[in-house]
Design a protein around this ligand. Structure first.
Ligand code: NAD
Length: 289
């Protein structure tokens, strides 16, 4: 199988989809971005404009109008047939709802060319939960980016047992070509590498504070002094936003559900979601962008 990726279609133009589309276009690929409504596309245009400003400030080579030209060059459409008609690679970044993803792949399987590779950016769903709907198990895998793709530039690549090795390799190469550090994962793992490490670490911190063993500042100081890291887990949780750990813990063991309730009662219900709202485990003078 000869694989040549030139035309890339991104499904979903929200937080991650817009970044994936922009970074891919910035790297010289022909990019089409699809979303379900004109309002979503209008929001995507605003996101691309915002990304152009960020790239101009933070990314080498984005000057002399390139950042703006990239934003303008991305084709936006609400017509899924037109979006995928010529795609070599479809990167899906639609909501993290299994039934929505399954229905979307079922539709894609009938309208995309046979050669088209499908990649899901899902953070929590295993590709094997979706592969049966793709109509092309050998050409389907996960390609997982991190938020703020231009600086947190990893791309975790994870196939199912059906993924063809040459497809896996082509997607690894594509990730490298768009400036990512490809992370090759040899078999399916919920949470990939990053969240498999980060999840227990952050939950451990919530347990220490929520169960009353120590306060947030003590937990963070312990971590920072010994590891030389600039931030402790409670500071990191404030950056991530406390809704995310809440949602994870609320679906966990009995003890984790108690911790979720503690987070809800003491932080979330009081509007303390972290840096974004000016207060979480710590108080912040200014809100980040
Ligand atoms: P988001 O809510 O910001 O964006 C989702 C987009 O999909 C919206 O623009 C919405 O209009 C669109 N959409 C809704 N239904 C659709 C459909 N049927 N077909 C096409 N588009 C549809 O979500 P997000 O945060 O960008 O997350 C998208 C995916 O990326 C999820 O699978 C998530 O797990 C993954 N992801 C998110 C992050 C993150 O930090 N936000 C990081 C890595 C991976």
């Amino acid at each position: 199988m000869t694989i040549n990726i030139r035309k890339v279609t991104v499904l979903g133009t929200g937080v991650l989809g817009s970044q994936i589309a922009y970074q891919t276009a910035f790297s010289g690929f022909d990019v089409t971005a699809y979303d379900i409504t004109e309002d979503a596309l209008a929001a995507a245009r605003d996101r691309f404009t915002g990304l152009a400003t960020i790239y101009r400030d933070e990314v080498p080579g984005a000057h002399d109008g390139k950042a703006e030209n990239v934003a303008a060059a991305i084709t936006l459409t609400t017509n899924i047939g037109a979006a995928v008609r010529e795609a070599d690679l479809v990167i899906e970044a639609i909501p993290e709802v299994l039934s929505i993803k399954q229905h979307t792949y079922e539709l894609l399987s009938t309208i995309a060319p046979e050669r088209t590779i499908f990649a899901t950016n899902s953070s929590t769903l295993l590709p094997s939960a979706i592969v049966g709907f793709t109509g092309r198990p050998d050409k389907f895998l996960a390609l997982h980016f991190a938020n703020e793709i231009w600086k947190r530039n990893i791309a975790e690549v994870m196939g199912t047992t059906h993924t063809a090795p040459e497809v896996f390799r082509a997607v690894v190469d594509f990730a490298a070509t768009i400036g990512m550090v490809p992370v090759e994962i040899h078999k399916e793992k919920a949470g990939y590498i990053l969240n498999s490490l980060l999840g227990p670490f952050l939950v451990g911190a919530i347990e220490l504070v929520g169960d009353g063993y120590a306060d947030a500042a003590t937990v963070d100081a312990t971590w920072k002094i010994v590891t030389d890291m600039p931030a402790g887990p409670c500071q990191m949780l404030d950056i991530v936003g406390l809704n995310t750990p809440y949602n994870i813990l609320a679906n966990g063991t009995d003890h984790q559900q108690q911790l979720a309730k503690w987070l809800k009662d003491n932080y979330i219900d009081q509007g303390k979601l972290g840096v974004a709202t000016g207060e979480g485990f710590y108080r912040y003078d200014t809100s980040p962008r």
